[in-house]
Write a protein that binds this ligand. Structure first.
Ligand SMILES: Cc1ncc(C[n+]2csc(CCOP(=O)(O)OP(=O)(O)O)c2C)c(N)n1
Ligand SMILES: [Mg+2]
Length: 574
């Protein structure tokens, strides 16, 4: 059967099970949009800026585990996607982006709205294509989805010249595609798995480092089995949050620059580290020479390029996390580590890390904790970047996989709001809160228009400190309080929301925090809360850049004497 290039793309997307596409159209991509009505199963969500399309597709992909899809036109449409594509690349998020390109005869002529988007995105995509003819499109689209979701997931871009959308070709759907040279290793090497099991069985102070690879591979149950059987504490990375239930007795919180003090102490004193689906990012290890000096390291990851990249590894295991753990768990002997847990519990008591001091003003940590209390932990949280992100990571406990959606690798301010749209569309029955900073929110707040048009019931909490807070914190600590360019004005966010037809409330008193969150929850649609929080509150603990992870700055002891009512401290019962 003959079809146009645009029809072939839509047909392939329908066969891939695509439900939603985020995008903005323009001349080059118009033939593709004109075909969409023939495929009513493909819902299109019109965003207000292409960065929003990529982040929404990213948020959708993280919460559903499916490939997120976005469309943009040539030139500025395509370049506006770039930040969102890089974001997906650094956090290993499956995404397919289709960009329109000027018609084939105009390529290379600096035609109107022409940019070399495959050149631009080469280093920030898992793979990209410039489609040359309609006949090869089915294979290209099929390959793109395969590459995006298998192995280590990532973004794939297909650039399609306008005439290729319009060209007719015979539609041949390949039953299978096998991109040249692409064959991710799924099974771990049996000898390495045996070595790892021996190390784990002999360990006295083991620690599991749980990363996003566990969420991608859906291996939470396998990690739980390993942790429970061999009684191993679990420390997560920022993106590993929710891969292991945070209220589980063996959960020792997030490690790294703003991780729990006791989590970093556990890492530093471990004799065996089992790193699962994580990549020893510098925000996690801090100074590498000071990272886990006495530990033998087992590293399980599907991407061989990650092994030995940042830290030396004693037992590398390349493979799919779930598949490897299935094999490894069969060799694990039930054990207890009584002395180790006594030590860990002591550290946890001495360095509580998630206490919130009493204060008359609104502490941002208190807002996050109240969102946790009111939702009873049943919410997907998307975040901005900066202090708000760290408080959202520290003061909410995430028990279900993919509850925490945050820009880890690229650290993209402006991610929170569009990612929340994608998450809500992906999981319409879940409560979705976007916890953002006043700076990051101003980077993509135009997506309130998308929320209004789509009636996406996203709840928004702006931790409004009037600063580019995280940078101000660095200036306070390392630049003698020279607050250059960090004080930040903003609009009246409630009025902005209202201008978009979205209700909201400004919250200036501590006693109004909880009722305001309850009001937002009671509302059927979207709701915005503008919390005027203590402007110079800092994120603790903090490992100063360049230091070893044990060199943590903690909140002064006297400040944490008084606890808020809901502060809780999990302790192991061993
Ligand atoms: C797009 C982008 N630009 C700049 C930065 C550098 N940066 C990191 S955190 C931060 C401040 C964020 O301010 P805000 O959104 O108000 O959050 P807060 O830290 O105050 O909670 C900045 C500017 C970034 N991460 N992303
Ligand atoms: Mg701020």
């Amino acid at each position: 059967m003959k079809m146009t290039g645009a029809q072939i793309i839509c047909e392939c997307m329908a066969r891939e099970g695509v439900e939603v596409i985020f995008g903005i159209l323009g001349g080059a991509v118009l033939p593709l949009y004109d075909t969409l009505p023939q495929y009513p199963q493909l819902r299109h969500v019109l965003v207000r800026h292409e960065q929003g399309a990529a982040h929404a597709a990213d948020g959708y992909a993280r919460v559903t585990g499916k490939v997120g899809v976005c469309f943009a036109t040539s030139g500025p449409g395509a370049t506006n996607l770039v930040t969102g594509i890089a974001n997906a690349q650094l956090d290993s998020v499956p995404m397919v982006a289709i960009t329109g390109q000027v018609a084939t005869p105009f390529i290379g002529k600096d035609a109107f709205q022409e940019v070399d988007i495959t050149g631009i995105t080469l280093p920030i995509t898992k793979h990209n294509y410039l489609a040359r003819d309609a006949a090869s499109l089915a294979k290209t689209v099929r390959e793109a989805f395969l590459l995006a979701r298998t192995g280590r997931p990532g973004p794939v871009l297909i650039d399609v010249p306008r005439d290729v959308f319009q060209e007719e070709a015979e539609f041949n759907y390949p039953s299978k595609v096998a991109p040249a040279g692409y064959k991710p290793t799924l099974q771990g090497h049996p000898t390495q798995i045996k070595k790892a099991a021996r190390l784990i069985n002999e360990a006295r102070r083991p620690v599991i480092l749980a990363g996003r690879g566990i969420l991608i591979s859906r291996a939470s149950a396998e990690v739980k089995y390993l942790a429970e059987t061999a009684q191993i504490p679990v420390v997560t990375t920022l993106l590993g949050i929710s891969s292991f239930p945070e209220s589980h007795i063996l959960n020792f919180g997030m490690g790294g620059m703003h991780g729990m003090a006791y989590a970093n102490m556990a890492n530093s004193n471990a004799d065996v580290i089992i790193a699962i689906g994580m990549r020893f990012d510098d925000r996690f290890t801090s100074r590498v020479s000071g990272f886990a000096p006495g530990a033998r390291i087992i590293h399980i990851d599907i991407d061989p390029a990650e092994i030995g990249k940042n830290v030396r590894v004693d037992v590398p295991i390349v493979g799919d996390v779930k598949t490897v753990l299935d094999a490894l768990n069969k060799l694990i002997e039930p054990t207890q580590h009584i002395d180790w847990f006594e030590q860990l519990d002591l550290w946890r008591k001495e360095h509580p890390s998630t206490y919130i001091r009493n204060s008359n003003g609104i502490l941002p940590q208190y807002v996050v904790r109240k969102i946790y209390d009111v939702t009873e932990g049943n919410a997907i949280i998307t975040t901005g970047v900066g202090q708000n992100q760290m408080w959202a990571a520290q003061h909410f406990w995430y028990d279900k996989p993919n509850q925490f959606v945050s820009s880890g690798g690229l650290g993209t301010m402006g991610f929170g709001l569009p990612a929340a749209i994608g998450a809500k569309i992906g999981c319409p029955d879940e409560t979705v809160w976007c916890i953002d900073g006043d700076g990051g929110f101003q980077m993509t707040l135009q997506e309130l228009g998308t929320i209004a048009q789509e009636r996406a019931a996203v709840k928004i909490a702006i931790l409004n400190n009037g600063y580019l807070g995280m940078v101000r914190q660095w200036q306070e600590m390392f630049y003698e309080r020279r607050y250059v360019a960090t004080p930040l004005s903003g609009p009246d966010f409630v009025k902005v929301a209202e201008a978009y037809g979205i209700s909201g409330l400004k919250v200036t008193e501590k006693e109004d925090v909880e009722p305001a969150i309850e009001k937002a929850m009671a509302e059927d649609g979207p709701f915005l809360l503008d919390f005027r929080v203590e402007p110079e509150e800092n994120v603790y603990p903090m490992v100063p850049p360049g230091e070893a992870i044990t060199e943590m700055m903690e909140e002064p002891r006297e400040a944490i004497k008084v606890l808020t009512d809901s502060a809780k401290l999990p302790t192991s019962n061993i």
